[in-house]
Design a protein. Sequence first.
Lengths: 226, 565
Amino acid sequence: MRVIELKNLSFAYPNNPVIKNLDYDFEEGMVYAITGKSGAGKTTLLSLLSGIMEPSSGYIAYKGYPIDESDKYVYRSRDVGVIFQEYNLLPKFTVRENIQLSFDISGKKLRDIGGFKNKREYVDELIREVGLDPEVIGNRRILHISGGQQQRIAIARALSFQPRVILADEPTGNLDMDTSSEIMGIFTRLAHEQNRCVIIVTHSPQIAELADIQLDLQPFSKYTRT
Amino acid sequence: MFTLKYALKSIVRSLGRNILIAIIVIIIATAACVAMSIQQAAEAAAANSRKLMDIKTQVYIDRGFIRDQAIENTGSEDMSVLMPEMNDLMKEYAITLDDFEEFSKIKKEGSDEPLVKSYYYSAAVSINGDSIKKYDLTSSTSETTAATEAPTEAPVAPTMIDPQGNVIVQEVPTMPAPVQQEPQQPEKQGDFSLIGYSDVNAMTDFGGEESGCVMKKGEQTAIFPEDTSDYVCIIEENLSNFNDVGVGDTISLVNPNNEDETYSLKVVGIFKNSTGTMENGDDASNTILTNYDTVKGIETKSETTNSTASSTASSSSKTTDTASSSSAGSSDSTVETKLISQFDGTFVLASVEDYDQFKEELRKKAEDEGKNGDMYFVASSDIAAFMEGLKPLENLKSFATTFLYLTLAIGAIVLIVISVISIRDRKYEIGVLAAMGVKKLKLSMMFMLEVLIITLVSILIGVVIGSAISVPVTNGLLTAQVQQQEDKDTSQTQEPQQPGTNERPAYGEVSDDNIDYVDKVDFSVDFMVVLKMLLIGIALAVVSGFTSILFILRYDPKQILANRD
């Protein structure tokens, strides 16, 4: 089922067109890997998909409705979970607080999720889901955990409000191959078992191999699907 | 709820920075609290003055008005030409007992109640002793020959003695002076001042050992016998001892200008004056106190005697206006020798509002009668002394107000700078939160709430510290102010005012001795101060918060996250 549609999408920095007339439909239950050379517009496309940037022309539709200025904050906080290349966790907060913060921002209630007595129980379950022990890591500040753990916490944070779409920018960029495979395993599980749409940007062919669909983005928005 | 939770968490997680902000705000709040407490104390003291009970008020004919009138009549500004004219005008406009009683009937606005709560008056004549001698330690052997002596002092006229011992007479006609009834000086001044009071309230000299007179034998009320045909009096202890006269004895007084005119008064009490002078400036030892009717009775009798004497002496001697006569010592048979009393009345008003209305009503009354509205000068040494006493506190209030504005201005600037620095430091956090879908307005609220919480908590701490130190600080500053004011008063007393440089005091003149400077305040920081402080805190937080908002609205999350370093 189509969840995100790109319609005639273009984006240009001043005097520098990056994406031009791009049309594509992303579906639920699939893991997409967007690859391409530097400057092809991979991160720009992800920023457009996350609603952080506005397209120059064309539009992005979520579940059939174009995202406009008025509801982009709701889209960002409730419908799409973003895992940034640099994780972008808040260093002064603990692991649990970072995850719970994202859930609180979404405005969702625990009863929308179901099956948990309190937020802490839910947050701990998310930490376990990304392969970490909440009793060990839950109260640590972000600066006191490793890069791999930060990446997993960033994923847990993106999952906290159960978005239908997960966007990840170079999610395995700083990780070793084993950890990268584990992370990709989490994404695959989310897509296949929970019917989410996972879109990752990566420059690693090995990681791209693990996705259901690879989109090789060429300059000026030509892409090849494999 | 999320906003509040996040703000609280952020405060705890950035404790170092927030403690720094809190210290700055506490200092500002403490200083502002002290400044506002000083303002509050000054306002409370001023408000108390408005609740003063028994405001003693005098009405005079304004000497400025008399001077203007004299200039208009004579067309000259030469004092030698003006003075006789001014004396004539003062007599013409002099306030009589009838005027005084009419003023006392002025009603409160929109009411049938009189404005004047009560009133009292006195009359004084200058008289010689017949059976008693003037008490004078420096020339105790001198005979009572006042009838042939030139007067050496004018007991009522305001004079000052300069450091060299010269008598300075103020020649400043614009100053109000007690000219209710300008003493129509008889040709010869007596040794004694015989003062007759309307009632015991009029005996204002009897304020206790420190301030004036106390009774040694008998009662004050003894001078108000039911049968006023018997003349009674009380005399000062020194006079009593000097002449060996005691309670029950009778003394005889004589008209300085007519040795045949004598009056007998029975001594019914002895008083002691510790200051040496009466309130009106008379030598206390040579002041004899009686009731008003006695003085008026003597005056009337003297007038009759004089009238008889005059008509006997010459058929053309019934001219009036002898007081202005300068023919002292003349052998002219038309010289009038009657005793003329000086009237002095006091109204008691219940509040400053009544006092202000009384002033206004007198002005209206004068205008209604086709007179000049400025002719009456209403003065109250009670209010004048109180207002004068407030001066150090008022000075401190003015200083406190300036200090408060300065503190708030500096506080606002410091908070804005801290906010800007803080926002720049937290740019990344703003970018992350915005990328996670927090609206910029909500972000601004979160940051503003943080500043608000820190500011309000700091202000509460500041108010606690401020309330603890404001009383000692205020009293310390007040002591310095009072000292400064007293030094100023001393230097002003030593340097006589130059003509034309003085302004009319709003409530009349007051002697420095009567000023009780407010040199201590006893107050606690009240609800209004706390409320004002909280409002100031909110205002400061809003000002610094808005600065944050301006920055936050300018930020683009994508750019922040892209330029994380």
